[in-house]
Design a protein around this ligand. Structure first.
Ligand code: FES
Ligand code: FE2
Length: 402
């Protein structure tokens, strides 16, 4: 396998034993994750492009916490995040739309009105409320900040770390890269009967490419020099991780459609860009000519796959030990002409189809994990990113219980 001695292998400090199945199936483990992890961590909840103008708002479910959040751009252009919970009798303040532009929010139940900064500014028949101060009843706020145009929130207004501090492990490496100029061009959502970690695992390695993607991606990803689609440069941080996915089979014979699409900026997958000098040093750090994209796992439930001129984002929202709501978005540069538009659309369809392949095995695996036949999951060095996430969750919960 590797010429490196065992102790020098990436992730050697995590050990090599099978990871236990219990965290993938146990309702108690999931309850602990929800209370001690998902209530206490920064999470991605949208993209700045969804709120281009002052007064724009978007309603974002946080399925794991069973609540919606209002992301709002105020008159000064700042983004705020508020629970969509009227502070009177808990109605949803915004109920009939998922996005829009407004001057403030009125609750449909008794007409309490909030401004764009979540302040309660009007209460009909206010005199009937005794020992009551409107200032105490603004919308409940979440901390909010952005990174590479992605909007992150923290479930309370007083996070122990700023978003910058939380992302400090990776921020310097990829900031200012392709994510700066890309906009979302497609979104998908699915609910799957799979544990969130098991499901995320399907998107973190190349080991499956030759099999699950045999008829779609394998021809362009698998080459004589990399027959098992080995990953490159796994970077395992305290919480987050990045790994490079290589592609570029020089012997791949493009289909007629791929040939045509290739002329207009598309390819078999990804960009086919030859030069990577403009990339931040954290992306494709080895400057491998066959590089396709880097998988950036922002702990715990967000991943963004960043190529030279495209990106995909994934949000994994656990709602039960074996159920996950999954949001996917594709980011591309705006097309300059109709030919490019067709090529970009082709890439979106190719991704959609390969995602369907990725999902294919996950529910079957979960059913078998639930059945309790196996107690451990053996992972290869090609799956070291998976091991890393299991270990970080385990450590996080252990620290929470101290
Ligand atoms: S519940 Fe919103 S005004 Fe009464
Ligand atoms: Fe895949």
């Amino acid at each position: 396998m590797s010429a490196l001695p065992k102790r020098d292998l990436p992730g050697a400090d995590l050990g090599f034993a099978p990871v236990p199945v219990e965290p993938c199936v146990s309702p108690q483990y999931f309850a602990a994750e929800r209370e001690h992890l998902f209530r206490k961590v920064w999470m991605n909840l949208g993209h700045e492009s969804e709120l281009p103008h002052p007064g724009d708002y978007v309603v974002k479910p946080m399925p794991t916490l069973g609540v919606e959040v209002l992301l709002v751009r105020d008159k000064a252009g700042r983004i705020g995040a508020y629970y969509n919970v009227c502070t009177h009798r808990s109605n949803k303040v915004v109920r009939n739309s998922v996005r829009g532009n407004c001057k403030g929010f009125s609750c449909g139940f008794h007409g309490w009105h909030y401004d764009l900064q979540g302040r309660l500014v009007n209460v009909p028949d206010e005199e009937q409320f005794i020992e009551f101060d409107k200032r105490d009843y603004g919308l409940r706020q979440l901390a909010v900040d952005t990174w590479e145009n992605f909007i992150f929130v923290f479930p309370t207004s007083d996070p122990p770390l700023t978003l910058r501090e939380w992302l400090d492990e990776i921020d310097v490496d990829i900031a200012g890269g392709p994510l700066t100029d890309l906009i979302p061009t497609a979104r998908f959502q699915a609910q799957v009967e799979v544990n969130w970690k098991v499901f995320s695992d399907a998107f973190c390695e190349g080991y499956h490419v030759g099999f699950i993607h045999k008829r779609s991606l394998a021809g362009s990803f698998i080459s004589e020099s990399n027959p098992h689609c080995h990953i490159a440069s796994p970077r395992l941080y305290r919480h987050h991780s990045i790994v490079s996915i290589l592609g570029g089979n020089p012997k791949h014979v493009p289909t007629p459609t791929e040939l045509l699409i290739g002329k207009f900026g598309g390819g078999s997958y990804g960009s086919g860009a030859a030069a990577f000098d403009h990339l931040p040093k954290g992306l494709n750090p080895e400057r491998d000519p066959s590089w396709n994209f880097d998988i950036v796992n922002v702990f715990p439930n967000f991943a963004v796959h960043v190529g030279a001129d495209f990106a995909y984002s994934y949000n994994f929202w656990p709602v039960a030990a074996d159920r996950t709501i999954w949001d996917v978005a594709i980011y591309q540069a705006p097309p300059k002409n109709w030919s490019e538009a067709v090529a970009l659309n082709y890439m979106r369809v190719l991704l959609r189809d390969s995602l369907r392949e990725d999902v294919n095995t996950t529910e079957a695996s979960q059913q078998n994990l639930n059945a309790g036949i196996l107690q451990g999951i053996p992972l290869s060095q090609q799956e070291v990113v998976l091991r890393h996430r299991y270990k970080v969750v385990e450590r996080w919960l252990a620290e929470a219980n101290r």
